[in-house]
Design a protein around this ligand. Structure first.
Ligand SMILES: CC(C)(COP(=O)(O)OP(=O)(O)OC[C@H]1O[C@@H](n2cnc3c(N)ncnc32)[C@H](O)[C@@H]1OP(=O)(O)O)[C@@H](O)C(=O)NCCC(=O)NCCS
Length: 165
């Protein structure tokens, strides 16, 4: 891979890198309902084109009912034509470095099929299900919850993430 043609960028709410391009890549991967506000975002550009994206929202999550301040990672995607080429990993490693420098612990909820991708970047599974508030109701999804920065033996019955994206 010619690493020189890729550029990594991190931004906050006010420093939005190419908002239209972010919207495009998120909608392509997850649909229009997935466009949401985030506290920090991470972009990988190939030339001027946004080819991978990930976002983090600061949350108080409940680990078996115990409050924990964590960065919720979401909207992780690589442009379809570029998948399988190591870009997702490159972007996640950048995100993990930056979030780690700020002393933040990370959490995410993903489908069983994608879990291997996150495990390869250093995340560990901490719970078999995630709780969300949706339309005033609490619902539990049987999807793994992964985290980075918790003790290696951290294990919970469920993690309540709060409002769904
Ligand atoms: C998941 C996704 C971001 C991975 O991005 P990518 O650029 O294709 O990933 P990479 O090429 O960097 O892969 C890194 C490693 O993870 C593995 N991997 C990638 N996607 C995977 C998947 N869906 N399931 C399992 N492993 C996966 C790769 O095989 C690779 O392993 P290797 O280094 O041992 O060969 C991308 O497939 C995507 O955008 N999917 C659709 C959106 C999505 O589901 N996002 C996750 C929401 S939780």
């Amino acid at each position: 891979m010619n690493v020189a043609r890729f550029r990594l960028r991190a931004g906050g709410r006010r420093q939005l890198w190419r908002a239209e391009a972010i919207k495009r890549i998120v909608v392509d991967a997850f649909g229009p309902a997935a466009v949401h506000a985030f506290d920090r975002h991470y972009c990988l550009f190939s030339g001027r084109r946004l080819v991978a994206f990930a976002a983090v929202q600061d949350r108080i999550v409940l680990l078996d009912g115990k409050e924990a301040a964590m960065g919720l990672v979401g909207s992780v995607t690589t442009e379809k034509s570029q998948r399988g080429g190591g870009l997702g990993r490159m972007l996640m490693e950048f995100l993990i470095d930056r979030e780690g420098e700020a002393g933040r612990r990370l959490v995410l909820n993903c489908g069983e099929k994608v879990k291997a991708f996150y495990l390869k970047t250093g995340f560990a599974q901490i719970a078999p299900k995630a709780g969300y508030e949706r339309g005033g109701r609490i619902e539990w999804d049987d999807d793994p919850v992964l985290a980075l920065g918790l003790p290696p033996d951290a294990s919970y019955g469920g993690v309540f993430i709060g409002e769904d994206f």
